[in-house]
Design a protein around this ligand. Structure first.
Ligand SMILES: [Mg+2]
Length: 229
């Protein structure tokens, strides 16, 4: 029934926390090579970036603004000088573009969907060149016909214009496309607003809190998607 599948990247195809930790450690090594244990600092960094991204989901910042804000707030709260912000930010992004830990079953699922003839498109809030580099490192970029990344599209998920622009680029109607992702706000509600069906990848067993979403299809592992199609 669907011709194409839009798939979120972070925490759907690539495992966000290990990728984030890897990039964080590389960036911290640039500004503070003598720090022996980075666990507490990573927790601080992760809580700051998590809060800012969550605020962005609700329209308080753009994703582009968050990319500037979290290195600033981290360096300030961790006691590093303002001069460390740019080196930290650049080192983090350079390392991030190389991170590619896959979510279990992601590669096999993408290969199976591709073999079944579905047109696959990545749909993510981030920098296009970094996300494509990560998918390439993970050995899955070739399975995607195109990548729709917020910084290239000029709108962030869940803005309906992100989905409208993505549909325009692949020349498909909303009913032709299924959106799959782990975020109820950006992936599911955003796609539904644009008229797409959606599947919620409940990676962390959060369940569905929104009563209006009672009939929503939910998967707890990516290969389960194959049984729904
Ligand atoms: Mg995600």
């Amino acid at each position: 029934m669907y011709k194409a599948i839009f798939i979120d990247i972070d925490d759907t195809i690539l495992d966000y926390i290990p990728c984030c930790r890897e990039a964080f450690d590389a960036a911290l090594a640039v500004i503070d090579p003598s720090t022996p244990n980075t666990d507490a600092l990573f927790e601080l960094f992760f809580s700051i970036s998590g809060r800012l991204f969550s605020e962005a989901k609700h329209g308080l910042h753009t994703v582009a603004e968050v990319m500037e804000l979290y290195p600033q707030e981290f360096c300030e709260r961790a006691g590093y000088s303002p001069e460390t912000v740019d080196p930290f930010k650049h080192a983090f992004r350079a390392a991030w573009g190389m991170t590619h830990t896959l979510v279990p079953g992601a590669k096999e699922t993408l290969e199976a969907l591709h073999a079944k003839g579905y047109r696959l498109f990545a749909a993510s809030n981030s920098f296009g060149h970094l996300q494509r580099s990560r998918l390439e490192q993970a050995g899955v970029l070739h399975l995607f016909e195109d990548t729709y990344i917020s910084m290239d599209i000029s709108y962030d998920k869940p803005d309906v214009r992100f989905y409208e622009e993505a549909l325009r680029r692949c020349d498909l109607m909303p009913q032709d496309v299924l959106m799959v992702g782990d975020s109820m706000t950006t992936d599911i509600l955003g796609a539904q607003k644009a008229g797409l069906d959606a599947v919620f990848f409940d990676r962390r067993g959060e369940g569905i809190k929104d009563e209006e979403q009672e009939g929503l299809k939910v998967i707890s592992s990516l290969p389960q998607l194959l049984t729904l199609l």
